[in-house]
Design a protein around this ligand. Structure first.
Ligand SMILES: [Zn+2]
Length: 298
């Protein structure tokens, strides 16, 4: 089934809700980066959060970056998303192999450790919005919840889950974000809290055969729910040779000259690597000289 994000409101718009099925997206990330199970789960959760938060962006062209820096063996994660929930991401160290938790689950917090979550939102303004919060658990959902309450002052509930199959592929990836609007009344708050208490884990619901829509209705049980629309998230890297050329034309002249000299000495083209999709772009000495020439013509 194709990935989806359902955007909905409930209780007369006192609650806004986003539920995502991102299995294919996370599967693509696993295939591109050869992540070991615990990092498939870690990156998959952050990619799902990115897709959900992308769906919350208001305007065409808006984009956001989620960055986790930790002192665990996974070191860090980077995810970028746009307003259409097209996401891309990578784990700084995709090959983390640590024991499972005593309950048999992948130890995402053990792989991440202590550190920070940084959210960068580029909304076409002069300066991007940057919010950094400390990691609460390193399990990612709680860390995003904490970010929303501290940096954006929006009471939220976030659930993120990735199940990795025995062959290391992705069995399921799901997530949700529920937010209470400032005018939410006590009755709504109590009811939502009661609903959330009944939810053990998003992955168990999905694994039990529930679709994203079923999960949405379960989370919002007892409320009148209005589904606004459905978005199709996907893993997409927007890098291209042209974009890399543009980026090279923007680096300092000294640095570019260094690359030209190096390419000349080695007789081998310079390599530019895209971390998001693991594509290498090669530039010969002549290519680089052309870029440097274009720079001078400006
Ligand atoms: Zn790329």
């Amino acid at each position: 089934m194709a990935d989806t994000i359902i955007r909905a409101t409930a209780a007369g718009a006192q609650i806004r809700a986003f539920v995502a099925d991102t299995k294919e997206t996370v599967m693509t990330a696993y295939e591109k980066h050869d992540t070991y199970p615990v990092m498939t789960a870690a990156l998959g959760r952050l990619l799902t959060a990115g897709a959900l938060m992308g769906a919350m962006l208001k305007n065409e062209g808006d984009r956001l970056t989620l960055k986790i820096d930790g002192d665990g063996p996974g070191t860090g994660l980077v995810v970028a998303a746009d307003y259409l929930s097209r996401v891309k991401g990578y784990a700084v160290n995709p090959h983390v192999d640590i024991p499972l938790k005593p309950n048999g689950k992948l130890d995402v917090s053990g792989a991440i450790g202590n550190g920070t979550l940084t959210v960068i939102k580029d909304m076409g303004l002069k300066e991007p919005y940057v919010g950094t919060t400390n990691l609460v658990t390193g399990e990612i959902a709680e860390d995003i919840t904490y970010y929303f309450s501290l940096s954006e002052q929006i009471p939220s509930s976030v659930g993120l889950g990735v199940l990795v199959d025995t062959d290391c592929s992705v069995k399921c990836a799901v997530g949700f974000i529920l937010q209470l609007m400032p005018f939410a009344n006590d009755e709504t708050i109590d009811r939502l809290e009661a609903n959330l208490k009944n939810i053990t884990s998003v992955t168990s619901m999905y694994d039990g055969g529930m679709t994203a829509k079923d999960i949405l209705y379960k989370l919002l049980d007892g409320f009148d729910v209005e589904i606004n629309d459905e978005i199709k998230p996907e893993y997409k890297c927007d890098c291209s040779r042209e974009r890399v050329e543009n980026a090279l034309s923007l680096i300092a002249e000294d640095e570019l000259n260094d690359m030209i000299r190096q390419a000349g000495e080695d007789g081998r083209p310079a390599e530019v690597h895209c971390d998001f999709c693991n594509t290498d772009y090669y530039f010969t000495k002549e290519d680089l000289e052309k870029i440097a020439g274009g720079k001078k013509d400006e």
